[in-house]
Structures are given as C-alpha cells and as structure tokens.
Ligand binder design. Structure first.
Ligand code: DOR
Ligand code: ZN
Length: 428
C-alpha cells in the first residue's frame, strides 16, 4: 500500500528559504519529505497544483474566536473552519472572552476544544492582567506552563505604566511576546470612527490618531527601559509608523502588525452608517494607508494579522454609535493582501507571504511558516488566477460582519493542508 501525498507541479514559494520554483512537494507521515522537480515516489493521494501557488500554511497571530462565552458570535470550531477556508493553518486566539483567559485551566480548555473540534492549530493568548482589568498581573509563569503563546489585554490598553513595566520584565524571563492594544481610552472616549473631516460630515464622534500614538509612545519607552520585546497590534496611523520606525532604528525590540482592512479602506469610505465599517482602531485617512504600506516595504511593520472580530447580525444591526467594534477577516485576508499589497506593487508576492507566515512564526517562536524538508506539512495552495465574490452565505465563520461583502477579490484558496491532511478544499 503506497503512502503519502504528492503536490505536483505547483509554483512553490517559501520566503524562509527564498524558494520560488515550479516543483513537487512530497509529504509522508505528516511532514514534508522532499521538494524537487518531477518527484517519482509512490503516493496514496495526488494534488495537481499546476497553475497554482503552493505556500506555507498562513499564520494569523490575532484572531477572536469568542470561546468561552460568546459562542453565538463564533466558536473554536466555526472560527477554525473559517481560518482553513482563508488558508490559515495556525491562529492565535485573543483572551478577551467571557471569562477572559487569565487562568491555566482556561488555557487548557482552549487546547481541549481545539483538539476535539478545531480544524486548524489554535494557540491561546492569555491576558496580561487578571480579568483584563489592568490592576494586577495574571499568573504569567503558570499560564506559559499551560501553553499560553503570548500575553495581551487586547481590547484594552494596560494604562498603569508601572504594571506594564513589570509585565515586560516578566515576559523577558519567559521569552514570550506581549501584544499591546495601544489605545488611550481617555482620548478615544465615545468616538466611533476616525476623528477628522469625515467624522464631522457624518456627525459621528471621532477617535483621534493620538489615542493610538500616545499609547505606542509609552509602550516603546517601557520596552526600551526593560530591554524587553513588545509586539504592537493593529497599527493604524502614519505617526505610529514613524514612532515604530525610529524605535527600531535605535534598537528597541519592537515588532508590529497591520490588518488587511486597514490597508484597504479609509474613513472616506464610511458614508452610509454601515456598522461593518466600525472597527477599533478605526479606518484612518488615505495618508495613513500610504504610510502603512510603506512600513511593510521597509519592514517597520513585520506582520499582517486579521484581528478577525466576529459579531452577530443583531449586534451589528444597532445604530452606528451602539454597534460593537470589529470585522471578520480570516476568509478574505489573503485575497485582500493580493489586491492591496501585491497587485499595487507594495511588496512582491514572496515578501507579502513572509508577512503572513515566517514573520509571525519568528515573533511567536514557533516551528511553523516554512516549507522545508522534515518540518510539519502545513501548506496552503491557492489559485492566483481565480477571483471570487465575497458573499455572506459562503462564510464559514458564524458571523458575517465583513466590510467586503459584494467585493470581487483576486486569488482563491483551493486546499489547506495540516500535517499532510487536507482540512479544506474549495468547491470547484
Ligand atoms: O475592532 C475590534 N474588535 N478591535 C479590538 O481591539 C477588539 C475586537 C473585538 O474583540 O471585537
Ligand atoms: Zn485590539
């Protein structure tokens, strides 16, 4: 009985090794065993990847899977199916759940749910502070032992600077990243969209860019003070980019991410009170988008992450002021990156894929994000020539709060493979 999966004739693209060649990939017992032209080994399963692009399974270091507590919005099962459809093989889930992931038993719960119901690899992020209240540190050492991959109070900024300093000191010993949601809530206050001309035109309260920048400035100062590493979530403004660039140039150990939606939509696009444009941080101006793109080019921003934030139809049907912040992103991310980053020549395809694979893997310190012999065969295959219409009924996510409904996007994920097993196959 022959064994193994042969992926034949695809354009194999691996940023970690700078490989970009039409060749075959042979997988056996969960691992990549051979990458070469015309592999002549017996197999039990064949994928004809001609005219397709074979890349490392995508890694999303920022998603909200809402379990435990808000299973009406998303579950580990539905969110991981959405991830697989989007070509993601590893996702890190944020701890702003109910209850928040601030206890080792909850970290274990996520792993158990992921093992029994998940489709992709789910790595839990635990809170920085107990109950995400910003007052007392969570038991970081024990959370790491239970399997926490990083720490974040995402949704809130740790406003107490002395506490954040201590958190940065601890993670230095634990060698895990802190992911900071930078937002001074005394400035963002009741705001619901970017503060500026368009918030005035819409008569909506604004969130100034400075709400983010003030917080980034302090966090960079503390990262410098503690010589610890800091990862900045969903960076959205031009001045944030300038601050991070300068910090990197002076040797501060900072990394950062941008979301596909912040690259694709500006505040000018908020015209009809569509609550699927309400997101935190808010869509900014065109100049901000230009700098965010530039920051990908000069490596000021290392990672593209979705901040997939599902909310129910009922919640998003409220008034713009009342609806929750957040948009889903797992199923549209790769296509948006192709449209906004690759087609607009901000990055080459290879560079863009690096920001979705090996770069987050390095920040997280995980052995993922590469196609290499003897590593776990997490692989995504997409068709660059196929475009598709974003339709509500087709989302595998339990929620459909996407600002991209009705958009025609390039590039379709065809197969998502984890450990040599196909976990997603698109319908023809
Ligand atoms: O838009 C957002 N939604 N931003 C966040 O930081 C949190 C997220 C959520 O949990 O819904
Ligand atoms: Zn956040």
């Amino acid at each position: 009985m022959p064994e193994g999966l042969l992926i034949k004739g695809g354009r194999v693209l691996d940023p970690a090794s700078n490989l970009d060649e039409i060749c075959d990939v042979f997988i056996k017992e969960g691992k990549v065993r051979k990458i070469a032209r015309n592999i002549n080994l017996s197999y039990s399963e064949l994928i004809d990847a001609s005219d397709k692009i074979v890349i490392p399974g995508l890694i999303d270091m920022h998603v909200h899977l809402r379990e435990p507590g808000r299973e009406d919005e998303e579950t580990i099962e539905s969110g991981s199916r959405a991830a697989a459809r989007g070509g993601f093989t590893t996702v890190c889930c944020m701890p702003n759940t109910d209850p928040p992931i601030d206890d080792p038993s909850l970290v274990k719960f996520i792993y158990e749910q992921a093992k029994s119901k998940g489709v992709v690899e789910v790595l839990p992020v635990a809170t920085i502070t107990k109950n995400r209240e910003g007052e007392e540190l969570s038991p970081m050492g024990r959370l790491k032992e239970a399997g926490a991959i990083a720490f974040s109070d995402d949704g809130s900024w740790v406003t107490n600077s002395a506490l954040m300093r201590r958190a940065l000191e601890y993670v230095k010993m634990l060698s895990l990243p802190i992911i900071s949601h930078c937002e001074d809530k005394s400035l963002s206050a009741e705001g619901v969209m970017n503060e500026g001309y368009f918030s005035t035109v819409n008569g909506l309260a604004g969130i100034p860019r400075e709400a983010e920048e003030v917080a980034i400035f302090r966090d960079l100062a503390l990262a410098k003070m503690t010589d610890s590493s800091l990862h900045l979530a969903h960076v959205s403004t031009a001045n944030s980019v300038r601050l991070i660039r300068k910090a990197k140039n002076t040797g501060i150990k900072v990394t950062a991410e941008v979301t596909p939606h912040h690259l694709a939509i500006s505040d000018e696009g908020i015209t009809d009170f569509n609550t699927n444009t309400k997101v935190n941080p808010p869509f900014r101006g065109k100049e901000d988008i230009e700098l965010l793109k530039e920051s990908l080019r000069d490596n000021t921003i290392d990672v593209i992450a979705t901040d997939h934030a599902p909310h129910t139809v009922e919640e998003k049907e409220r008034d713009y002021e009342e609806a929750p912040f957040g948009v889903i992103g797992l199923e549209t991310a790769l296509s948006l990156v192709l449209r906004e980053v690759v087609e607009k020549k901000v990055l080459s395809l290879m560079q863009a894929i690096a920001r979705l694979t090996v770069n987050p893997a390095r920040i997280l310190g995980i052995d993922r994000g590469e196609i290499r012999e003897e590593v776990k065969a997490n692989i995504t295959i997409f068709d660059p020539g196929k475009s598709w219409l974003v339709r509500e009924e087709e989302f595998l996510s339990q929620s459909s709060n996407s600002p991209f409904l009705g958009w025609k996007l390039p590039g379709k994920v065809e197969w998502t493979i984890i450990g040599g097993k196909v976990v997603y196959r698109s319908e023809k």
